[in-house]
Design a binder for this molecule. Structure first.
Ligand code: IPE
Ligand code: IPE
Ligand code: MG
Length: 236
């Protein structure tokens, strides 16, 4: 049970609406993605100030490969750029960076740079920032099942705990709160297993317009909720 008032320990964010933000300005979609990176540091800071310990950002889904090639390439370049330009500040702030998702389809140079960032920030004890890039919830479950079989686990030994250990998120607790910008009301293959009891929040604000004030509004909405996890309402 969770009474209203407590801050979420882990917030996951579906950063959606970059394309619409750019299109509304008559600009190429990739400019929306670039604009979406601008307030990242301020947003993370706001989460940290409110006591959030884990932030997970959905940056590129396993389905996003189906977008036009120039947009996919633009997104790859932006990730490489963000790693280069923002890792130093994040590291200085004690942020531990994790990657969730597949590595095998990323360009070799990008994959190495992700690995270096994860290794560099491994011992940091501040906020844990997980970046879901080439991430899909179904893909994650499939990979986990294959690995569980490869490792020879007996059916009777397989429980929820064991499955969680084989997911990309093995090092992070389940998200308490999921924020989706851009107004859609769907998961889009994000954290399917982990979001079993996550509180969902959708805002029409497009990701490039989302800032610290929106973080506070979202967290205020969370703290007013009562989580029941399938039991009955707690007594006042
Ligand atoms: C989210 O913004 C970022 C990614 C999916 C990479 P979109 O590009 O999906 O923006 P909209 O939904 O088209 O506005
Ligand atoms: C979800 O957004 C993926 C990311 C934010 C990275 P999409 O824009 O890809 O999701 P759909 O297509 O609207 O479901
Ligand atoms: Mg979208």
């Amino acid at each position: 049970m969770n009474k209203p008032g407590a801050a979420p320990r882990h917030v996951a964010v579906i950063m959606d609406g970059n394309g619409r933000w750019a299109e509304a300005r008559g600009r190429p979609r990739v400019e929306g993605h670039r604009a979406g990176l601008d307030s990242l540091q301020d947003i993370l800071q706001a989460f940290g100030e409110r006591g959030v310990e884990y932030v997970t950002l959905y940056a590129f889904s396993t389905e996003n490969w189906a977008r036009p090639l120039d947009e996919v390439e633009g997104l790859m370049d932006l990730l490489a750029d963000a790693i280069e330009r923002q890792t130093g500040t994040l590291h200085a702030r004690g942020v531990r960076i994790l990657h969730l998702g597949r590595m095998d389809r990323l360009d070799e140079k990008l994959a190495r740079s992700i690995e270096r960032t994860v290794a560099l920030t491994k011992e940091n004890t501040g906020l844990t920032l997980s970046v879901a890039f080439d991430y899909g919830g179904r893909d994650e479950l499939l990979e986990a099942i294959k690995e569980i079989v490869r490792q020879g686990h007996k059916p009777e030994d397989i429980d929820e705990h064991l499955i969680s250990r084989y997911l990309y998120t093995a090092q992070v607790p389940d998200p308490d709160f999921l924020i989706r910008t851009g107004g859609e009301m769907r998961l889009s293959n994000f954290l399917l297993w982990q979001a079993a009891y996550t509180e969902f929040y959708s805002t029409k604000v497009l990701w490039p317009d989302f800032g610290p004030a929106d973080v506070h509004s979202a967290l205020d909405a969370y703290t007013a909720r009562e989580r029941r996890f399938g039991t009955v309402a707690s007594e006042a």
